[in-house]
Ligand binder design. Sequence first.
Ligand code: 6PG
Ligand code: NI
Length: 188
Amino acid sequence: DLVRPFAAGIDGASGGVDPAGVVSERRLSDLRGLFRDAAALERAVGEGDEVVYRVVAAPVPEVEGEVPFSVTTIEAGRVGDEFYMTRGHAHPEPQGEVYFGLSGRGVLLMYDGEEVRWVEIRPGVAGYIPPGWAHRTANVGGEPFRFLAVYPGSAGHDYAIVAEGGMGARVVRSAAGYEVVEEPGGAG
Ligand code: 6PG
Ligand code: NI
């Protein structure tokens, strides 16, 4: 069934969506194998296994014709030199997606299997993910990074492509704040 018309409150200060659908949470232990410094990750898991990010979805089903949307909040932090980030995925359909910054500062990293592209997302900035590009976001600031994501309901989510092939680059601390370091050969 298609949903009925509705309005949702998007709270850029808390990352809330009202009314909300599915809420999911990823902790450090859910991100094993994704950060370069596996020892630092295990230490942080042992020290409390904190929540790295939370996704609050609007109550829109992931089916053809619908346009689901959700707000992601990534906490500030790092594993070694690498900023807290999402697992990352591609939409196998393939379908495009739009991100819109709500609070804090992040990097939207995109990878088509050969080329790495990235854009900085801040409040008031939209990032466009073209069909076929895997995507991951990292919080490069000192406060939570929040953004709205809008995508086609038929897109699907392929996590294995990133878990196995990487994103072609990592977002790490640098003297200037952060840098995006390309990794020839993909996953690490
Ligand atoms: C999506 C969006 C976005 C994303 C979250 C969490 O397709 O739904 O890209 O909402 O899912 O930011 O990232 P992961 O899905 O990679 O864990
Ligand atoms: Ni996506």
